[in-house]
Design a binder for this molecule. Structure first.
Ligand SMILES: Nc1ncnc2c1ncn2[C@@H]1O[C@H](COP(=O)(O)OP(=O)(O)OC[C@H]2O[C@@H]([n+]3cccc(C(=O)O)c3)[C@H](O)[C@@H]2O)[C@@H](O)[C@H]1O
Ligand SMILES: Nc1ncnc2c1ncn2[C@@H]1O[C@H](COP(=O)(O)OP(=O)(O)OP(=O)(O)O)[C@@H](O)[C@H]1O
Ligand SMILES: [Mg+2]
Length: 274
């Protein structure tokens, strides 16, 4: 492993192997402890039907049940946030069934996105591109989750994990805008491994990852957009050898997206000079 790979693996905190049962206990306990420490009474998370939100959602539900069994007060709000009708709505429904949340909501983001689109057109005299509208969708999902959390003394759960964090493959202040990250230090195959351990249906645990942000290409796969496979990302994050071109591609994205993994850059910072 190169020195740079060692630095990145250490920053992302990925273990080469995990014990899924232990990871469930550790991550549920983290949520339970955090909720008690800050006095929050609810957890809020958007459920897309993808593997990340399915695992994070199930962990939140288990944490809420544990808090209540110990006499505490906490519940989990799972929020479907479709843009009109989601092309893979059946997968999202299967994920919700597996999670069995205390509270299930559906908040259609289509009207707010269209309203934003119209205001943008009127103000700027130009059309917002499909790509940047995608980031608007992610940020409107964030706004909806914070509104629900605000009304329920809650915290917003994020699904960022090592295989996304390393490439900055998330919308800054969109899905990247959250309070608590229970999946951090896991890579993608470990997310799936834990879902299997928890008894998720095969189709749910093996679903192909998609940001699903484009009007023009619904369900475009992350791998297609990134140009890097999760197999390679996962191998790299476990400290394994990957082809040199792949390692360079991962490292270039890690460097370019450093600003997404920190608080806003201030005059007291100098990390960006490197
Ligand atoms: N060096 C720097 N220092 C400080 N801030 C910097 C910066 N470079 C950009 N920024 C800021 O960050 C912003 C860019 O970040 P962000 O808004 O997150 O935008 P961006 O990174 O372009 O996209 C967000 C993520 O969503 C994914 N996405 C978006 C849309 C469609 C699809 C799809 O599946 O097809 C996927 C995309 O691949 C990416 O991983 C810039 O507008 C700028 O404000
Ligand atoms: N259609 C949606 N409905 C509800 N929440 C969504 C939706 N799309 C995205 N999100 C939220 O944004 C997060 C980031 O999306 P992302 O695609 O990275 O994760 P995922 O869909 O859970 O898993 P995967 O990466 O395997 O597709 C999701 O985990 C979820 O919390
Ligand atoms: Mg997804």
């Amino acid at each position: 492993m190169s020195e740079l790979q060692r630095v990145i693996v250490e920053e992302m905190g990925v273990a080469p192997q995990i014990d899924p049962a232990e990871e469930v206990i550790r991550r549920v306990d983290f949520l339970v402890d955090y909720m008690a420490a800050v006095g929050a009474e609810s957890m809020v998370l958007g459920i897309s039907g993808g593997v990340d939100s399915t695992l994070a959602g199930r962990l939140c539900q288990l944490a809420g049940e544990q808090i209540r069994s110990q006499g505490g007060r906490a519940s989990f709000h799972a929020v479907r946030l479709p843009y009109d009708v989601q092309h893979d709505e059946a997968d999202a429904a299967a994920a919700m069934e597996f999670i069995s949340p205390d509270h299930a909501h559906t908040f259609n983001i289509a009207e707010p996105v269209r309203g934003f689109d119209a205001a943008y057109r009127e103000s700027l005299g130009a059309e917002l591109s499909d790509y940047h509208r995608g980031n608007v969708k992610a940020r409107i999902r964030m706004i909806a989750q914070y509104a629900i959390a605000g009304e329920h003394r809650g915290v917003v759960i994020g699904t960022d994990h090592a295989a996304e964090s390393v490439t900055g493959f998330f919308t800054k202040y969109g899905d990247g805008g959250a309070d608590v990250l229970p999946l951090f230090t896991l890579n993608k195959r470990q997310v799936r491994q834990i879902l299997h351990h928890l008894g998720a249906p095969e189709a749910v645990a093996e679903k192909v990852p998609t940001a699903d942000l484009l009007d023009g290409i619904p369900g475009r796969t992350d791998e297609d957009e990134l140009g890097i496979s999760y197999e390679d990302l996962d191998d790299y994050l476990e400290g394994r050898e990957v082809p040199e071109t792949v390692a360079h591609a991962i490292e270039a994205r890690w460097r370019a997206t450093r600003h997404k993994r920190t608080t806003p850059v201030s005059i007291a910072d100098d990390w960006w000079r490197n």
